[in-house]
Design a protein around this ligand. Structure first.
Ligand SMILES: [Cu+2]
Length: 419
């Protein structure tokens, strides 16, 4: 009996030993230093990130937020808004500078995995960095840690891939967001797009998308061939963390991993198009697709086989109107033309102006803030800033509810534009 029971264990030991002699695949887990997130607030910053200490290939990766005991944080505590990983000192495929963006995770908790035989090459001496944005849904300050798992292959040669980061606001800095005005009427859409002309031939063997609330689809088009080889679709739903500090985004985006993938040829022009609902405003929207490219020989306008999709349960964005997390307070100011934006408050919170007024916000804080439409007749937002001014001309009457997207529960404002 005893001898029989030992047999499986022995077999596993032998197989594991053979496996490591040929090449090993292991899961490496890293945890960042502590990140403090203010109550009902947002924390965003770049930091250095630990990486595998030996040469090998990343074949899959995911990330989550944990507390000091290692417990995974729910969205009701610290929500992972997004984390972007980059290799320091390596040029990016689409943007200037030596930060190669190779993995990102957002509200859609999508794990990236390359098809078998492909890997993202990494040296033990390579340095990684990450840019995080975390959101605290509790009143008190919380401390979180980003824990990421890297599936890592050593001791064998894989077909190398290069990450290709396509963003409809290509290379516009740390906040590549745009605003959907929401003035198109029922059933209308708003599209923001970017193009990339391929410098070399090969195949995209994996990819996925990132949209925000109001997103309908993200299309990868081949303009030279008149095709749309991949569309990333959002899945909606799931419990929304309360209080709502931003318009909820998709809980999943469809992705693909296929060795024959999406073939492209040198000189062909690709277009990434983010299609949003334009029946209502959506501010600080995004449209990003991360693809993994394996250089190789392809025919011009080669038609790839159907992609192996991980689809989710896609559907149109739910009609949604965001309430302000805090009711604007204080006296009502009539015909005001400007206000100040200080640390954690707007100079005037309740304002009535005439239609056609150009309103000015003067930023005088020690930390960054913004002005973002939450609901109202037209979507608009300011950049994050500590200094300078931002102007908006109010041409449509109605009630504009605004907040600072970085301090949404503290900084709110309501501007009524009369006819
Ligand atoms: Cu703020």
């Amino acid at each position: 009996m005893r001898r029989l029971a030992l047999l499986p264990a022995l077999l596993i030991a032998v197989l594991t030993w053979c496996g490591s002699a040929l090449g090993a695949r292991e899961t490496l887990t890293f945890t960042t230093q502590a990140i403090s997130v203010p109550g009902y607030g947002v924390a965003t910053a770049p930091m250095l990130a630990r990486s595998p200490a030996v040469d090998g290939y990343v074949v899959a990766m995911d990330a989550e937020v944990v507390d000091s005991a290692g417990n995974v944080q729910g969205d009701d505590d610290i929500m992972l808004h997004h984390v972007v990983f980059a290799k320091i000192g390596t040029p990016d495929y689409t943007c200037a500078g030596a930060l190669e963006r190779f993995y990102a995770i957002g509200e859609e908790r999508v794990r990236f995995a390359l098809p078998p035989g492909y890997g993202y090459a990494n040296r033990g001496s390579d340095a990684w960095g990450l840019l995080y944005m975390l959101m605290n849904h509790r009143k008190e300050k919380l401390t979180g840690y980003i824990r990421y798992r890297v599936e890592y292959v050593t001791g064998e040669t894989l077909t190398p891939v290069r990450p290709v980061w396509l963003d409809v606001r290509n290379c516009k800095g740390l906040d590549p967001s745009f605003d959907v005005p929401g003035t198109g009427g029922r059933g209308s859409t708003f599209t923001e797009a970017t193009r990339l002309t391929m410098r070399e031939s090969g195949r995209f063997v994996a990819g996925g998308g990132h949209l925000h609330g109001g997103g309908i689809r993200l299309e990868l088009r081949n303009r030279s061939c008149g095709t749309t080889p991949f569309t990333s679709l959002p899945t909606w739903g799931g419990p929304e963390p309360k209080p709502l500090l931003h318009e909820p985004g998709p809980v999943k985006m469809s992705q693909f991993a296929s060795p024959r993938g999406v073939p492209v040829s040198a000189g062909e022009t690709l277009e990434l198009a983010a299609v949003y609902d334009d029946a209502r405003p959506h501010t600080r929207a995004m449209g990003i697709m991360l693809l993994y490219f394996a250089p190789g020989v392809t025919a011009p306008c080669e038609f790839g086989p159907p992609l192996a999709l991980e689809l989710g349960n896609p559907g149109p964005p739910p009609p949604f109107s965001m309430p302000l997390p805090r009711k604007p307070r204080g006296p009502l100011y009539r015909n005001l033309r400007s206000t100040w934006v200080g640390d954690y408050r707007y100079g005037h919170e309740r304002i009535v102006i005439r239609r056609g007024t150009t309103f000015t916000w003067r930023f005088v804080g020690a930390v960054e803030h913004d002005v973002t439409l939450v609901s109202g007749p037209v979507g608009f937002s300011s950049p994050w800033t500590r200094r300078g001014t931002f102007r908006h001309k109010f041409v449509r009457p109605g009630t504009y509810k605004l907040f600072c997207s970085l301090h949404p529960a503290h900084m709110t404002q309501e501007i009524v534009v009369r006819r």
